[in-house]
Design a protein around this ligand. Structure first.
Ligand code: SF4
Length: 399
């Protein structure tokens, strides 16, 4: 390709993915700080709008949000804790959810009809949740019926799924789980069909890694008990026998952040940092979890690092905003990010201070922007699945 123009020197044009620049094509480093809010007045405007709204507004901030947004959160937490917190504030008519779309949907389902949940940027989705659409999952269920295994299958869906997937789960007698209570949820689901030692199956949506890690590492199933259903292939790319023999039918979905951590990064951390402890989220790949010292949800990661003795070294495999915040919160520890080539969650980071200010100032002016309303029929069945999770034994769903 000729990049020359009159009077200008010739510049090499490297086409990514064409094998022309093997160094840069390996990945994009993202080690620096996010840029400061473009307008320094934004902090003052957010402060003023929030003060004007008072108890009328309740701002929720997920752990993976930017610091500039977390600074205005009334409560921080993982997706389930935030939905619970929203439901526990019936006096606040407006819930501003600084997180991603499926979280705002869950908050809408769990809050009263008098409350409105607002997502400051509608483009803040979740790539993992988007990997399972309602139509794809219905097709999958038809495949399970064709294979004669649907009756012995209980769906278990991760919180990180759309309201429509949660509703599918509720309609088919399943449960929602979080990364904290996945083991309890799988044990409950297997108990519906003869127990872990029986012949029943679980359709686990949409994160194959959380499903596999929990079934194999915590319930003692084998990797051979797990098959991966690919929604883009006929019959999920599986034979009838594979579906019949499987105990865990894992949806082919993953987190775009946690799925990128590698075993090489864990090995490099052990090589470079004496005495380091590696802690990763269970959305990481099985091989990565196998090498880690600890595996835990975001809340569990925070608790583990907080409880560690001063002077310990941690390498953390979860979203970068949280890791950087941990390093600030616990300066007496050495805390670093697992992999230099993994970036912030791009959709979580869609929520920034300009969008938060826009949402808050609009409320002050009497306008509700970006309300999240789940269809009542979908909300009903999604609530059934969420309530089933709340009825699971043990305290861990609140972590
Ligand atoms: S970190 Fe992963 S699971 Fe969480 S919102 Fe981003 S893409 Fe989705």
């Amino acid at each position: 390709m000729d990049t020359r123009s009159p009077g200008r020197p010739s510049l090499p044009l490297l086409v990514l993915g064409a094998g022309r620049d093997l160094h840069t094509e390996r990945g994009v480093e993202c080690p620096g700080d996010l840029p400061a809010p473009s307008d320094p007045d934004l902090v003052a405007r957010a402060t003023a709008a929030k003060a004007a709204l008072g108890d009328q507004v309740f701002v929720l901030g997920h752990h993976y949000q930017r610091d500039e947004v977390i600074a205005f959160a009334d409560v921080t937490g993982d997706s389930f804790k935030l939905a619970q917190q929203a439901a526990a504030r019936p006096e606040a008519p407006w819930i501003v959810f600084c997180g991603v779309h499926f979280m705002a949907e869950s908050a809408d389902i769990l809050t009263s009809p008098d409350q409105t949940v607002i997502l400051p940027d509608l483009a803040a989705g979740c790539s993992m949740a988007d990997m399972a659409t309602a139509a794809q999952v219905e097709d999958c269920w038809d495949d399970l019926i064709d294979a004669g295994v649907a009756e012995a299958t209980i769906p278990v869906s991760y919180m990180n799924s759309s309201a429509a997937i949660k509703a599918f789960t509720g309609r088919h007698g399943g449960t929602i789980c979080t990364s904290s209570n996945a083991r309890t949820a799988l044990e409950w689901a297997f108990a519906q069909t003869g127990g872990v030692e029986g012949s029943g199956k679980i359709l686990f949506l949409p994160d194959q890694h959380l499903g596999r890690n929990t079934a194999v590492r915590e319930l003692g199933l084998s990797l051979d008990d797990c098959v991966v259903y690919d929604p883009h292939r006929p019959m999920g790319g599986l034979t009838r026998d594979q579906l019949k023999n499987a105990r865990m039918i894992l949806w082919r979905g993953h987190c775009s952040v946690h799925g990128r951590f590698t075993t090489e990064a864990v090995q490099a951390a052990r090589r470079d940092i004496p005495g380091v402890k590696v802690i990763v989220h269970p959305e990481c790949r099985y091989e990565v979890c196998e090498l880690a010292d600890h595996i835990g949800s975001t809340e569990q990661i925070i608790k583990t690092v907080a409880a560690a003795p001063a002077g310990t070294s941690w390498v953390v495999g979860t979203e970068l905003n949280l890791v950087k915040r941990l390093a600030t919160m616990f300066p007496e520890q050495s805390i670093s990010f697992l992999e230099k080539n993994v970036c912030y969650c791009s959709t979580m980071n869609r929520i920034d201070l300009p969008h938060l200010v826009w949402a808050l100032e609009s409320l002050v002016e009497g306008r509700v922007v970006n309300p999240i309303h789940v269809d009542p029929e979908v909300a009903h069945w999604a609530r059934v699945a969420l309530d089933q999770m709340l009825a699971l034994p043990g305290p861990t769903h609140k972590d």
